[in-house]
Design a protein around this ligand. Structure first.
Ligand code: FNR
Length: 189
């Protein structure tokens, strides 16, 4: 089966190592997994006054989320949590009340950092948020990438074979997970 997967990168930095990781995932995705970048940097800061009439950026974001089968988050860790820009995007997608765009869409989280525990704490915070917006999450394998100089080049080529193999395997597991979740949702009792 073929599935479209929206990719959210939690960094807007020009030389973002998480953008590099996302580029690598685009290259390593298996057949039947179509990755689509969903930009988050143009969204205004969410506040609930927008709920009455979403601006074009908010609508376009929700439409982009609605169009994909699954969600892939690639995020830095900021002060042991998710960057505000990513939380802002999730808040946009979750509203207005009653039209949560993330509901029932299977998700996976990853991220990279030069720190030795990588993005472990941010990923746990993100999992908590994704639970609340009712997204079934790939629990295991987890995917923490400790970034070292040159690990992934600007074009998304992974320079360490074992890391490339790990990422490929992780994407395969996510693909399988999406198929299971989407298949289960088609069952009627
Ligand atoms: C960081 N960084 C960081 N790293 C980490 O492992 N745990 C953390 O809690 C933080 N906190 C943090 C806060 C802020 C405001 C910044 C700017 C940075 C370092 C971070 O991992 C590093 O800058 C990465 O390069 C950020 O990812 P991108 O933007 O390059 O994708």
């Amino acid at each position: 089966m073929s599935y479209s997967v929206g990719v959210f990168v939690g960094s807007l930095a020009q030389d973002s190592i998480n953008r590099k990781l996302a580029k690598a995932l685009f290259k390593l995705a298996p057949d039947g997994m179509d990755l689509v970048d969903i930009p988050i940097g143009n969204l205004p800061l969410y506040n609930r006054d927008f709920d009455a009439d979403f601006p074009p950026e908010g609508r376009a974001f929700k439409e982009a989320v609605a169009a994909v089968d699954a969600l892939l988050f690639v995020t830095p860790e900021y002060n042991r949590s998710v960057p505000g820009v990513l939380k802002n995007a999730i808040d946009w997608g979750s509203r207005p009340w009653g039209s949560n765009s993330f509901a029932k869409k299977p998700s996976a989280v990853t991220g990279t950092s030069p720190g030795h525990i990588s993005t472990a704490v941010a990923q746990q915070h993100l999992r908590s948020i994704l639970s609340f917006v009712n997204s079934p999450e790939l629990a295991n394998p987890e995917c923490y990438i400790h970034f070292t100089e040159g690990l992934i080049d600007d074009d998304g080529n992974v320079t360490v074979a074992s890391t490339e193999e790990f990422l490929r395997g992780w994407l395969n597991e996510f693909h399988l997970f999406i198929a299971k979740v989407v298949g289960a949702q088609q069952i009627t009792l």
